[in-house]
Design a protein around this ligand. Structure first.
Ligand code: BG6
Length: 525
């Protein structure tokens, strides 16, 4: 990079620009109240890989108010030092900031542990005593229960918490102490079980105490969808069926099921990624302009657009939805030798609204694919070819594509055509890119950091409301119904783009999926 002299303007520091437009959210956001955080499933994978590293990092960022106490609840008898020792290597591996000895000691000092079965009253009696101890330390009775267990035990844990008077409906609590519950996805197993779970939780807690988490909503790049759309006057006027030809939303992973065979057999990619992460992303891309950025204004619009997504008929499931399974999945521990569980799915959805009528939304998600890549691509309509009929015959004059890269190499790129230098009017595709890493000189925090803090602050904007979870299940229910009743999963090789049938879904409509290329976009030749 060239050095600038006093006669040249200094390079733009984008971080100061953010302050002017949005206010410095980082500084403006208030610290949460001191809280006792109770994690059910504390020796599980999610706690080690995500929750503990997230809490460690928010502690390092001084975003927590002391005393914050983290009480792990799990089967098996561990002492508190054993619990800390179990978490330490995972936090070292997954923390985005360095784990210094003094910082770790401080974090370990916040930990507590209750060992026991979730069905045993004894577990809750011990937990009650630990919560009392946390209150005596200064947590003021604020409590946050994180259900990071298999979904099947959510109702049991909630019933027990209620029986032991560890959770209470908001209006019955005195002195302003908070009592909130974070419920991990998948929220339920299908539409009836999600409805039953919602009903059951609602008997013990008010909606404002229930935080249905979808960690995609905590990703900076997912939140940026709204800022891009509504913070710039150039996008909203063209964000509709008059200008947009189709939209692709991809969540591709290179990893497999990572030893979670039992969980994955009962889940599959539709419940694991599409019902929640991809439909949430789709709702942010397609929702109408909210009245404000307040939690319920945003959630109203997201819910509204999900209601306008056309429900799939059983025939449409057969024609417009593709399921795949990577070769080797059936050899994973915990997986049935003739399993039909999809590890890949792609599907076409339509939205029956004034804005989106006739614009197909192609969703795809899968494990063991060629690249790890999550992105949204908005494909604009083509220009009338008459202007360029000689020069651009064939594939050169491709319509513009706006790509919002959720991960990795977070950023936004716009592919459009430009004149190739020379005497003739030849056109070539070029790509203009904004990379978060270059634009803002600040680290991107992990989704769970943001979401845990938001919950402690009582901000539910980035959590799912009952109606939208319900609608998302309604939408995928026909897919589950057909796929679970009839075998027919397409096999694909690990390291590829998924089964050919998925390419055919696009080809039939005269389109192609974007290549799975995780590298930052470069100028196309
Ligand atoms: C989780 C799924 O919700 O999301 C996992 O259960 C998946 O199967 C993960 O690997 C992907 O999250 P991310 O943040 O790595 O894209």
């Amino acid at each position: 990079m060239s050095r600038h002299t006093p006669t040249q303007p200094p390079p733009m520091d984008h971080s100061s620009v953010i302050g002017e437009i949005l206010g410095d959210q980082q500084q403006k956001r208030r610290r949460p109240e001191p809280t006792a955080i109770v994690i059910f499933g504390a020796t599980g994978d999610l706690t080690s890989r995500k929750l503990a590293p997230a809490l460690f990092n928010v502690m390092l960022d001084r975003a927590l108010t002391e005393p914050t106490v983290i009480i792990g609840v799990s089967r098996g008898e561990l002492t508190v030092p054993q619990f800390a020792a179990k978490l330490e290597p995972a936090v070292r591996q997954h923390s985005r900031q360095k784990v210094e000895v003094a910082a770790w000691d401080k974090f370990a000092g916040m930990l507590d542990f209750v060992g026991g079965e979730f069905a045993d009253d004894e577990t809750y009696i011990k937990l009650k005593a630990r919560l009392e101890a946390a209150k005596a330390k200064g947590s003021r009775g604020n409590r946050l229960f994180y259900l990071s267990t298999p979904p099947a035990v959510f109702p049991l844990i909630l019933e027990k918490l209620h029986e032991h008077e560890l959770i209470e409906r908001a209006q019955q609590r005195g002195a302003g102490a908070s009592c909130r519950v974070i419920v991990e996805k998948p929220f339920g197993h299908d539409l009836p079980s999600a409805r039953a779970l919602n009903e059951m939780i609602a008997t013990h807690l008010t909606e404002s105490q229930i935080y249905r988490i979808d960690h995609y909503l905590g990703k900076e790049t997912v939140q940026n969808i709204l800022v891009l759309r509504f913070g710039n006057s150039i996008f909203e006027p063209i964000w509709n069926r008059n200008h947009i030809d189709f939209v692709e939303i991809t969540a591709a992973e290179t990893i497999g099921i990572e030893g979670r065979g039992n969980f994955y057999e009962a889940t599959g990619v539709v419940r694991d990624i599409i019902q929640n992460h991809l439909l949430q992303v789709m709702s942010l891309v397609t929702m109408e302009v909210p009245a404000s950025f307040a939690a319920d204004d945003i959630r109203d619009e997201k819910s509204q657009v999900l209601r306008s997504v056309r429900s799939l008929t059983l025939n449409e499931v057969a024609n417009d939805c593709v399921r795949g399974q990577y070769r080797g999945y059936r050899d994973e521990p915990g997986v049935a030798p003739s399993s039909q569980t999809p590890t890949f799915a792609s599907m076409k959805l339509m939205i029956d609204s004034w804005r989106w009528q006739g614009v197909p939304f192609y969703l795809r998600a899968g494990k063991k694919l060629a690249e790890r890549l999550t992105e949204i691509s908005i494909h604009f309509k083509s220009v009338p070819l008459v202007l360029f009929k000689d020069e651009a015959a064939g594939s050169v004059l491709q319509p513009a594509v706006l790509t919002l890269r959720i991960q990795p190499h977070e950023g936004i790129s716009l592919r459009f055509v430009a004149k190739v230098p020379g005497e003739n009017i030849n056109v070539g595709n070029v790509v203009m890119t904004m990379a978060y890493a270059d634009a803002f000189k600040r680290p991107i925090s992990e989704a769970y950091e943001r979401l845990l803090l938001d919950c402690m602050r009582g901000d539910a904007t980035l959590f799912n409301r009952r109606d939208s979870v319900d609608r998302a299940w309604e939408l995928i229910q026909p897919v589950l119904q057909v796929w679970e009743a009839t075998p027919g999963v397409h096999m694909y090789d690990p390291g590829t783009n998924g089964p050919e049938a998925s390419d055919d879904l696009m080809k039939r409509d005269g389109r192609m999926w974007r290549e799975l290329i995780a590298q930052p976009p470069v100028v196309e030749k």
